[in-house]
Every structure is written in structure tokens, then in C-alpha cells.
Design a protein around this ligand. Structure first.
Ligand code: PR8
Length: 467
């Protein structure tokens, strides 16, 4: 576990060639090649999960002011965060255009055109795009950016409320699978009224505990009810011939997912990437001397092909530098399994494997079983990274009986559960008195007393320091 997390995170992005934040606009950074690969493999997982039952689309980035302004609550929620385009060349535009902060108001006027009858429903579209938010809070690479480069947003429309609630459950299931694939633990909660998405009936959120105890929201799922349907007049003719408004949902993840992959599994010496998203799953490091050099390199290529035959991503680091430096580099970059091969290993028909998560050296023989044995090491790496991360979460969620205990536990790096009566003023009072944020409701209860009002508790809620 890293000591000074914020500093570690900042440094690792640069050292591991993930992003470069020196671009001369605050909150906007460059995806560097290694980071881009991690991002690509991560997004491929969520795409694959969504593609089973959703369709990918691509909308324009600009939204006319009249559309953005139509939904009152929504626009109020975003008014301080929108970037505007006011000119085309030298010409003032007749209507200013917003750089999408999210795409409800870009998509839903089109949904109104596309949806006519119940047979057009449900619509389940998603896109992966960049969105822009003029964040006023302290920006941080991947965590709070002004250009969200990896915004996966899904938008669905349904004939009934029941179907929209089922869709929320489907998104929860998809996000669980997604984060499970990444070995990222999560806390799921229903956001309090004051923190739901602008225009939503309710918001479900996934949060992860970062190494310093602060939580990061890594996914949100919103039931929009009929609010946007009424604003944008999205109606359909039902089986009974009646014209009705649709029910809608939307769900999003962002660059924060990649931030969490880096942070949750990382340690002082560098990244520990889950095999599913690591640019190289196996790095082969030849130990080269003048004598036997060609034979060792030839064997490395042979091993590479053998592993690629199993669908693995493999690289050979044959740079003309000391092997020690190569080990150091791949440790920093978090490649899950390293294979070392020198002339003596070749004579003995073995290679020395090392798992990044455990660091222990294992002798593998260079026979037909090699690829299976490597796959086995990768599977164990995935399981171990995930188990370690879930253990961390389990150890860092505590229960408090009063506000002082909340303070003590949060300051010690925990997320805290407490009984809450559910009243909004009481929620605000708890936030004000502690200085932390109520994440949301985890479960409904019929026992216990509210930690602040003393009234019968309705919920167990979560409170934490947040990003
Ligand atoms: C929606 N509409 O927009 P959401 N930097 C990085 N990640 C961010 C940032 C930022 N500045 N702001 C938000 N996120 C809905 C759902 C379409 C899709 C992350 O929802 O505003 C949030 O943590 O909740 C969240 O997980 C996701 O983007 C969606 O944003």
C-alpha cells in the first residue's frame, strides 16, 4: 500500500507513461501510449458487456443552447460547468453551442423523433465519447478532469416504470461484472436526494475506497423517470392505443475507472496491472551474453509465439541495457508476469517466471505445458489482486454509533456506516458537523436510532471523505 497516495498517483502517471498533464489547459491531459493501451483494454471489457444487450451510437459533440436549456433541473445542475462555443471563425453564432457535459439533451430530442410506437421500445443505446465539464473543484488527472476523454454513457427508454427499474438492475449487474473483471471492489449505494444526477428520480452509485481512505465515485446509474420524456416530448402509442411518455435511464463511467485500476492495485514500486487490461500480460527478458546470444533470442521468440497461440499479449524486452534496469521498468509498469531466460536456463530447458503481485521466482520448464502454466500464473494474479483489494475494502468499512466515532474512523482512513432517519436536514447536519460527505443509503432497516436526530432509523448509510 502506498504511503503518500496523491503524490504517488501523480508520479506514476508520468513514470509509467500513462498520461502527460503538461498540456497548457488545466484539467486536460494527453493519453500516452502505455496509458492508452490500458484504457483500450479496459473499455473493451465494458463494450463487450454492453454489446450483449445494447447498441453503440455516436452523437455530435455540440448541443444547441435551446435544447440544453429545456430541462430546468438538468441545466441548473450543469450551468456552472458548461463550455460554450460562441463564434464560428469571425462570425458570432446565432445560437451558442454547448460542448456536451453529458448527452441527455443531445440525444433525447432525437429519441422523440425515433420513438413512435411500443414496438420501437426499448431503446438501449450507448456511446463512448469525450465530454467537457468546467470543474471548479481542484482538478486531478483521470480523477477530476475538464475534458472527460473516456465517457461511456448509456441511455435507455422503456414503455413502463417496471422495465426502467429492471434496467437499473441490469446496469448494476453489468457494472459489477466490469469491476470484478478489473479486480476493483465497490460499495453500491443510493445517493441522497441532494446528490442525485440533475433531473433523475434516483441515482445508484459505485464508489471505491482509494488507498488514502477517500472514496472515488467510479460509476453511476440514474433512473430518470419521465422528467426528460415530458421535457422533450418523447411519447409512444401503447398497445391500448393511448399515447404515453417513456421511462428513461442512463448510466455512466469515466476515466476514473482507469484511475482506480492504477490506484487500487498499485504499490510503492509501481503498478500491478490486472492481466485483463495490462498492455503486456507477459514480458520476456532475455539475459544476454556474447556467447549464446542468438540462441537465447531465438528461444525467446519461440516462447512468445507459443504464448500468443494462447491469445496472450507478450513482449520481448531486448533493449541493449542491463537486465536489472529492465526488471525495474516492468515492475514500475506492472506487467503481471515476467519470464527471464539466459544461456544457462536454456541449457537446463527452463525459464524463471515472476508474478508481479507476489514477486516470488518460479521455475517453469520449457516444454509444451509452458503456455498453460503461464496462463495459470496470470489467473492466480487476477484472483490475488482482486482478493487483496476486497480485503482492503472489508478492513476499511466500519460502523459508528455517534458523530465522534465517525470522525475518528474516517480520519483513520475508513468509510463509515451509520444509522440514519433519512431526513434531508439531518443528513446535511451530519455532513456539516463532520465535514464529510454522505455517500448514500446502503440498506433499509427496521431497527436502530438515527445517529444525529435520535429518531427511528430508516437506513444504514455510508459517510466518507470523497474525491
Ligand atoms: C451522467 N449521463 O452524466 P454522472 N472527471 C472524471 N470523471 C467524472 C467527472 C470528471 N470531471 N465528472 C463525472 N465523472 C449521466 C450518466 C450520462 C451517463 C464520472 O452521470 O454525472 C462520475 O464519477 O454521474 C460518474 O461515474 C460518470 O462520470 C458519469 O457522470
Amino acid at each position: 500500500m502506498v504511503e503518500n497516495f496523491d503524490e504517488w498517483f501523480h508520479d506514476i502517471l508520468e513514470k509509467a507513461n500513462i498520461t502527460d498533464s503538461r498540456y497548457p489547459i488545466k484539467g486536460m491531459a494527453i493519453w500516452m501510449p502505455y496509458g492508452f493501451q490500458i484504457r483500450k483494454h479496459t473499455m473493451n471489457i465494458i463494450k463487450k458487456l454492453l454489446d450483449e444487450d445494447h447498441e453503440e451510437v455516436l452523437f455530435p459533440m455540440l448541443i444547441p443552447e435551446t435544447e440544453l436549456a429545456k430541462e430546468g433541473i438538468h441545466v441548473k445542475g450543469f450551468e456552472d460547468e458548461v463550455y460554450w462555443i460562441t463564434k464560428g471563425g469571425q462570425t458570432e453564432l446565432n445560437e451558442q453551442l454547448a460542448l456536451r457535459p453529458t448527452s441527455e439533451t443531445a440525444m433525447y430530442p432525437m429519441y422523440a423523433l425515433w420513438i413512435r410506437s411500443h414496438i420501437d421500445l426499448p431503446i438501449k443505446y450507448y456511446q463512448i465519447v469525450n465530454t467537457f465539464r468546467y470543474e471548479t473543484k481542484h482538478t486531478r488527472p483521470l480523477i477530476r478532469v475538464r475534458e472527460i476523454t473516456t465517457f461511456k454513457e448509456a441511455h435507455t427508454a422503456h414503455a413502463t416504470k417496471e422495465e426502467s427499474d429492471e434496467q437499473i438492475q441490469e446496469f448494476i449487474k453489468i457494472y459489477k461484472e466490469f469491476f470484478d473483471d478489473l479486480g476493483i471492489p465497490y460499495l453500491i449505494s443510493k445517493r441522497p436526494e441532494w446528490d442525485k444526477f440533475p433531473g433523475a428520480d434516483y441515482t445508484m452509485a459505485f464508489d471505491v475506497i482509494m488507498p488514502n481512505g477517500k472514496t472515488l465515485q467510479i460509476g453511476t446509474i440514474h433512473n430518470l423517470g419521465q422528467t426528460f420524456a415530458k421535457t422533450f416530448d418523447i411519447t409512444f402509442e401503447d398497445k391500448d392505443g393511448e399515447h404515453k411518455y417513456v421511462y428513461q435511464t442512463c448510466a455512466g463511467v469515466s476515466d476514473r475507472v482507469i484511475a482506480s485500476v492504477i490506484s487500487v492495485h498499485g504499490e510503492e514500486k509501481g503498478l500491478r496491472l490486472p492481466p485483463k487490461v495490462s498492455p503486456n500480460q507477459v514480458t520476456i527478458i532475455p539475459i544476454l551474453f556474447k556467447k549464446g546470444r542468438e540462441e537465447v533470442l531465438a528461444k525467446c521468440s519461440e516462447i512468445k509465439s507459443q504464448l500468443e497461440g494462447k491469445g496472450l499479449r507478450v513482449n520481448i524486452d531486448d533493449r541493449d541495457i542491463r537486465p536489472g534496469k529492465k526488471f525495474f521498468d516492468w515492475e514500475l509498469k506492472g506487467t503481471p508476469v515476467k519470464l527471464e531466460l539466459g544461456p544457462r536456463d536454456l541449457e537446463n530447458n527452463i525459464t524463471i517466471a515472476m508474478r508481479r503481485d507476489e514477486g516470488e521466482k518460479i521455475e517453469l520448464s520449457l516444454d509444451d505445458d509452458l503456455a498453460d502454466n503461464v496462463v495459470d500464473l496470470l489467473d492466480k494474479t487476477s484472483e490475488n489482486l482482486s482478493a487483496t483489494a476486497w480485503n482492503f475494502q472489508e478492513e476499511h468499512v466500519k460502523f459508528a454509533n455517534n458523530l465522534d466515532e465517525i470522525r475518528e474512523l474516517v480520519e483513520a482512513g475508513n468509510v463509515v456506516k451509520f444509522y440514519w432517519c433519512g431526513e434531508e436536514e439531518v443528513g446535511h447536519e451530519i455532513e456539516e458537523k463532520t465535514g464529510y460527505d454522505v455517500l448514500g443509503i446502503q440498506e433499509e432497516v427496521s431497527e436502530g436510532k438515527c445517529i444525529a436526530s435520535g429518531k427511528d432509523a430508516k437506513y444504514i448509510a455510508l459517510i466518507a471523505k470523497t474525491y
